[in-house]
Ligand binder design. Structure first.
Ligand SMILES: [Zn+2]
Length: 182
């Protein structure tokens, strides 16, 4: 997977036209209260729409945010409210407050995957307090498996916490430093 984190340059009209030519605005309504998904009908990579600009591939939900709202989010900092990765409807794309986003990823035990914020679970959020409690309980002899179950996170997440690979000092930095650069 190639990912580019450099800032986006403004698209030419031609590039924008090409972009919109591959968007189907009559996509499914995946959840009550959401507008229809705008489905990317072009090339899809790992479930995400992908468009090549000057020889580089960019995720199309990122391009959509950039074209419509002028916001350039780095990839991995935007999540789909609709869980539809190929969707480019800006109303469905939640620009993650970085900490929140990472909390979500970690809570799903998937922080090692930079991009997999597709699924939102609002009931399994880790906080500094929970992390402290996990470490305390682990020190006290509670098994990691039990802790994973209790907090609805993966065993890997518990291990990372116990070994201080994540949540080292302040939560955001700790989590971020656990993400591979490339
Ligand atoms: Zn959508």
């Amino acid at each position: 997977m190639t990912a580019h984190t450099e800032s986006l340059a403004p698209l030419t009209q031609e590039q924008e036209n090409l972009f919109w030519s591959k968007v189907d605005k009559n996509g499914p309504v995946v959840r009550e209260g959401l507008t229809p998904c705008w489905v990317w009908t072009g090339y899809v990579n790992h479930g995400y729409g992908s468009m090549m600009i000057k020889g580089k591939n960019y995720r199309t939900h990122r391009l959509s945010l950039f074209i419509i709202k002028g916001i350039d989010v780095h990839e991995g900092e935007a999540c789909h409210k609709c869980d539809n990765r190929a969707c480019v409807n800006p109303d469905h794309i939640e620009i993650a407050d970085r900490k929140y986003n990472m909390d979500e990823c970690v809570s799903r035990g998937r922080a090692k995957y930079k991009y997999s914020c597709g699924v939102f679970h609002h009931n399994a959020k880790l906080t500094d307090e929970i992390v402290a409690s996990i470490r305390k309980e682990s020190d006290g002899g509670v098994s990691r498996g039990k802790l994973a179950k209790k907090w609805e996170v993966s065993l890997g997440t518990i291990k990372d916490i116990v070994h201080y690979r994540t949540w080292k000092n302040d939560s955001t930095e700790g989590v971020r430093s656990s993400i591979p650069k490339k």
